[in-house]
Design a protein around this ligand. Structure first.
Ligand SMILES: O=C(O)C(=O)C[C@H](O)[C@@H](O)CO
Length: 258
């Protein structure tokens, strides 16, 4: 019995566009609502949301009962963080702030058991192996792990071609917000220079045979990304959806006041 099949990774490998939503409310109740909304994948943000291993695990557990797939973004690509997330049963990772091929190779090693990698062997007590319920987990785990990296500054963009040559990286996400900041246009992810750099990078990722990914709330940019063949496209954020809705609700309520 092998490690659980990763349908998200399989879809990326087949070039099938996967539509996702960013989850930053860091709550399993919200994750459960989101999991049944119809998105192919849900990004559990460990970088910019108040998540820790336990909260990420709780959200992944409720998502596992749906047709959505949990993709976890750790705070940074530290080997020990990746080890804990993989043992918790996370099979798809989006690692932020990748700037070099060397860093990409280290991340591939972090998701690979020895002798070809450095992932610690602890599957005997891990959710990932269904608590030793999967006899062949150690031999089959790597194939079902989807490793995505974020390129989101000028250094990473300059190294993109080398990063794309690293075996074991399944896809590259371009981070418009951080890239805009590093390009001197902080808060302006839609700046023409930023947009041009993002679209060019996404085309290069596609041409290299890797899965291109992005988060954009801009409908026009979403259409352009779909036309390019972006394979993992996040189109919304739970935090902004809720904040906008509840502010609108409060405003409507206040309008009742004489
Ligand atoms: O740089 C980006 O854009 C991203 O990596 C996504 C952001 O971190 C996300 O929080 C939306 O702003």
């Amino acid at each position: 019995m092998p490690a659980p099949h990763n349908p998200f990774k399989a879809a990326l490998n087949a070039g099938e566009m996967q539509l996702g939503c960013w989850l930053g409310l860091a709550d399993p109740y919200v994750a459960e609502i989101s999991a049944h909304a119809g998105f192919d994948w849900l990004l559990l943000d460990g970088e910019h949301a108040p998540n820790d291993l336990r909260s990420l695990l709780a959200q992944a557990q409720v998502i596992a009962a749906s047709n959505s797939h949990a993709v976890v973004r750790p705070v940074i690509g530290e080997t020990w963080m990746i080890k804990q997330l993989l043992d918790a049963g996370i099979q798809s990772l989006l690692v932020p702030m990748v700037e070099s091929a060397e860093q990409a190779r280290e991340l591939v090693a972090a998701v690979t058991y020895p002798p070809h990698g450095v992932r610690g062997v602890g599957s005997a007590l891990a959710r990932a192996s269904q608590f030793s319920g999967i006899p062949d987990y150690l031999q089959t785990a790597r194939e079902e792990i989807c490793l995505l990296v974020q390129v989101e500054n000028r250094k990473g963009m300059a190294a993109l071609d080398e990063i794309l040559e690293v075996d074991g990286i399944d896809g590259v996400f371009i981070g418009p917000s951080d890239l805009a900041a590093d390009m001197g246009h902080i808060g302006k992810a839609g700046h023409p220079d930023v947009k041009a750099a993002v679209l060019d990078a996404l085309k290069r990722i596609k041409a290299a045979g890797k899965a291109p990914g992005i988060l954009t709330l801009d409908p026009e940019m979403q259409k352009e990304c779909a036309e390019i063949g972006v394979t993992f496209l996040a189109t919304d954020i739970d935090v902004t959806l809720f904040a906008k809705a509840i502010r609108g609700s409060a405003a409507a309520a206040k309008a009742l006041r004489k």
